[in-house]
Design a protein around this ligand. Structure first.
Ligand code: BGC
Ligand code: BGC
Length: 789
């Protein structure tokens, strides 16, 4: 007779036992067989359709409660890039562990009858260290690691990352990205190790071995190891014009030879999960592509782990919605990542199994794959709650000195020296001026996927306890050599320096928000500083932070030395290590560097200023010839886009009740703005006004043109809503009521109804009201164009 958990057993356990006995799930249960397959068959034979489907549904932490977990028993869940435990993305590590325990215990409460209890797994995006969590070590993004070519280093990064993940009780990492980025306009170029699959493959495999442990090692997937995911299968880096989640076209064998090429190495390294990609290939979304998800990944490449979908990726398949998509499961997806709409998807999928749309055999196969991975990870052997596992709660390991040393080594090895007239290595005892607003900005050095999904914004250095900015590293190294270092973001100095180091580059971004129309680096802060020092005859070193190679001919011309520093992360001292010559300069480009600023893939040798493999050692000198500084893309005035792709254009700000809402996100003065999905994740905002609140969005510089706002109203306003710009105040109550409960539509505000359009828009509401906004742009429309709503 089987014994089952009782309420008392649970109560005892909540009070602190580490191993939760559960005989209903103790295996083997069938005829003395102990093989993985027999155990899986036994579990499947005892599971209801509802519980099976729940193994395939992955919601995000802020969309369900422990009670939901108890009731539905999701097989796994995730925290998205903007998700943290109990709604706080800056929560201390102990809160992450607490949530892990809470969900775990809910997932292993006894079930009626003979139904087996299957513990949940928690998946996270630790794509450059466990960087959703405060204090974690932040490693360079993959583009920098590609420049190291150092698989052993990447393996150690994997181990350190896995340990930090395990400290917080999380089981599974959605990393490495083994994309082969072929068009640097793509916003995820920095997640790619290289444009060359031969560089990507061994580094991806090394990270997997570090995260999971090596094949055959007794502690593989145990203890300080976590489950890894090779993503995104496949073609993510091959979309036309580098558009995120876009279309990949071409002969399938040639596409495989580039974009699927890293997967055999990942599979050999034992990767237990693969994430399906958002993109389509020759017109078919990967999430519904049986020929590729099953035909290629399973049958041809022999992958036997689980295939997880990407964030509502199934909803993009033709004929699917987020809550209804048997197509994906039938094509070979095993887990649906369905952050918010999990309830609808559960219900629909159960019904589709019942009516035969989804054959039981396919359901069992998918569930079996999830169970197999759990079994291999030891999750089904004995029930040990997250906080009782090795290293869980060892907060001293989060951002430990040892892990930071690995990160610093990675930073040093990833610096690629593109130009050096002889100013490097810096001379001992020199007076060094460090300029540029990025010099002392850890968030900028860390890039996207850092504490928040997009990174940057108002994350000042206080958010990074234990980290070292580039400036701090330079200061320490300079002083150690007997010199003097001065920080001057704006370049002003009182003591004339021997050398000026100018740190500048791209502001953080993630995913499609980083897509660009061209690779021209247009921000001129760094350029102005370099030119000013050049005019003053002060030698300069340019340190360029970026998630991709960019056209920087003007800066290359102006600087005496130029270092591509990528997105180094929390250990800025690694940069000083190279600039001072404490460490050699061994980084070599894993991406070709563009000669021109025009749009287009930059991989061809004829278009490269520096080819893959380029990089100077500190003893080499190179004076580049003057490079062409003309760039049409710089002339094409932008600035008319205020809010697109979920981001503000530079110089656009939002304020409510005196509180800034960067990228139109956050809360202040009774206004709350949160990300919602229109065409892509969080490309739009839901703005909730409490009675009497107002939101102002404005442009720092003088702008021009009519406003075009794409918006949606779910419920008609009950009281007056106004829009003020310049000297005009319009009542929107009537048009917003007409727009209510309809789809997205456009509002055009011209001089016709708002004479003297200002550089400022204020929306105020007398009553409680919610307005969704997708885009805000300014456009020069023909004179006399009427307003429309
Ligand atoms: C979420 C992030 C998530 C990202 C994935 C966003 O909408 O806020 O948490 O990681 O989508 O694309
Ligand atoms: C990204 C994935 C990520 C997932 C979960 C998606 O938008 O494409 O790389 O793992 O969100 O945050």
């Amino acid at each position: 007779m089987k014994a089952f958990w009782t309420a008392t057993a649970l109560a005892v356990c909540l009070a602190g036992c580490s191993t939760v006995p559960n005989e209903a799930n103790t295996l083997p249960a069938v005829s003395g067989q102990t093989s993985e397959e027999a155990r899986i068959a036994d579990l499947l034979s005892r599971m209801s359709i509802e519980r099976k489907v729940a193994q395939l549904v992955q919601p995000q932490i802020n969309s369900f409660t422990a009670e939901d977990m108890r009731r539905y028993r999701f097989g796994s869940y995730l925290n998205g890039g903007n998700g943290g435990p109990y709604g706080d993305e800056f929560a201390e590590a102990s809160e992450w562990l607490k949530l892990a325990d809470e969900m775990y215990l809910a997932s292993v409460e006894p079930l009626e009858g003979n139904e087996p209890v299957i513990p949940m797994m928690w998946g996270t995006d630790a794509v450059h260290g466990h960087t959703n969590v405060i204090r974690a070590t932040i490693f360079p993004h993959n583009i920098g690691l590609g420049a190291t070519r150092d698989a052993d280093l990447v393996r150690r990064i994997g181990e350190a990352t896995a340990t930090e993940i395990a400290v917080t009780g999380i089981d599974w990492n959605f990393s490495p990205t083994v994309a082969v980025a072929r068009d640097d306009r793509w916003g995820r170029t920095y997640e790619s190790y290289s444009e060359d699959p031969a560089i990507v493959a061994p580094l991806g495999a090394a990270l997997i071995e570090g995260l999971q442990g090596r094949q055959g090692d007794p502690d593989r997937l145990r203890g300080q190891h976590v489950i890894a995911t090779a993503k995104h299968f496949f073609g993510d880096g091959g979309t036309d014009q580098g558009v995120d989640q876009g279309e990949v076209t071409g002969d399938i064998e040639s596409l495989k030879a580039i974009h699927a090429a890293p997967y055999p190495a990942a599979i050999d390294a034992g990767v237990e999960a693969v994430m399906a990609s958002f993109n389509s290939i020759n017109g078919r979304k990967m999430h519904g592509n049986e020929a590729l998800l099953t035909g290629v990944l399973r049958d041809e490449l022999g992958f036997d782990g689980l295939v997880v979908g990407d964030w509502n990726g199934h909803g993009q398949v033709a004929g699917c919605t987020n809550t209804d998509c048997p197509q994906s499961l039938l094509a070979g997806l095993d887990i649906y990542m369905v952050p918010d709409e999990w309830r609808g998807l559960l219900e629909t999928t159960v019904a589709q199994v019942r009516d035969g749309t989804i054959p039981m055999a396919r359901l069992d196969e998918a569930v079996g794959r999830v169970l197999r991975v759990k079994m291999r990870a030891g999750l089904l052997d004995e029930f040990v709650r997250p906080s009782q596992r090795p290293v869980a709660g060892r907060y001293d390991l989060l951002g430990s000195a040892e892990h930071r040393a690995i990160a610093r080594e990675a930073v040093a090895k990833s610096q690629v020296l593109l130009k050096n007239n002889g100013v490097l290595p810096l001379k001992a005892g020199a007076t060094v001026l460090v300029a540029g607003s990025a010099a002392d900005d850890i968030a900028q050095a860390a890039g996207g996927w850092t504490l928040t999904w997009q990174g940057g914004g108002d994350l000042d250095n206080e958010y990074f306890p234990g980290a070292t900015s580039i400036w701090q590293g330079l200061k320490a190294a300079t002083e150690e050599s007997g010199g003097t270092a001065m920080l001057a973001p704006d370049g002003d100095y009182t003591t004339r320096p021997d050398v000026a180091i100018v740190v500048f580059g791209e502001e953080p971004y993630a995913e499609f928000a980083g897509d660009r129309k061209n690779v021209a680096f247009s921000d001129e802060e760094g350029l102005a500083l370099l030119r000013r020092f050049e005019a003053e005859d002060i030698p300069t070193v340019a340190v360029f932070l970026s998630g991709r190679p960019m056209w920087v001919n003007r800066e290359l011309n102006a600087a005496d030395a130029f270092v591509a520093a990528w997105l180094p992360g929390s250990e800025g001292a690694g940069i000083a290590d190279v600039l001072t010559g404490t460490e050699p300069s061994t980084g070599r480009l894993s991406f070709s560097w563009p000669r021109g600023c025009d749009a287009g893939p930059v991989n061809g040798p004829e278009k490269a200023l520096f080819p893959v493999g380029y990089g100077l050692s500190l003893t080499q000198r190179s004076s580049l010839p003057m490079l062409d500084e003309s760039c049409d893309a710089l002339l094409a005035a932008s600035g008319s886009d205020w809010f697109v792709n979920g981001r503000f254009e530079q110089g656009i700000t939002a304020v409510a009740g005196g509180v800034a809402l960067p990228d139109l996100r956050g809360a202040g003065g009774g206004v709350t703005a949160r990300g919602i999905d229109r065409n892509a994740q969080e490309d739009s905002r839901e703005i909730t006004f409490t009675p009497g609140s107002a939101l102002t969005i404005s442009q720092t510089e003088e702008g021009e043109g009519a406003y075009r706002i794409v918006y949606r109203v779910r419920q008609r306003p009950q009281q007056t809503v106004t829009l003020t710009t310049g000297s005009a105040t319009l009542s929107l109550t009537q048009p917003l009521s007409v727009a209510a409960e309809k789809d997205w539509r456009e509002m055009v505000i011209t001089e016709e109804c708002a004479s003297g359009l200002g550089n400022e828009l204020t929306i105020a509401s007398e009553g409680a009201f919610t307005l969704d906004i997708a885009t805000i742009e300014r456009d020069n429309l023909p004179e006399g164009t009427a307003c429309s709503f």
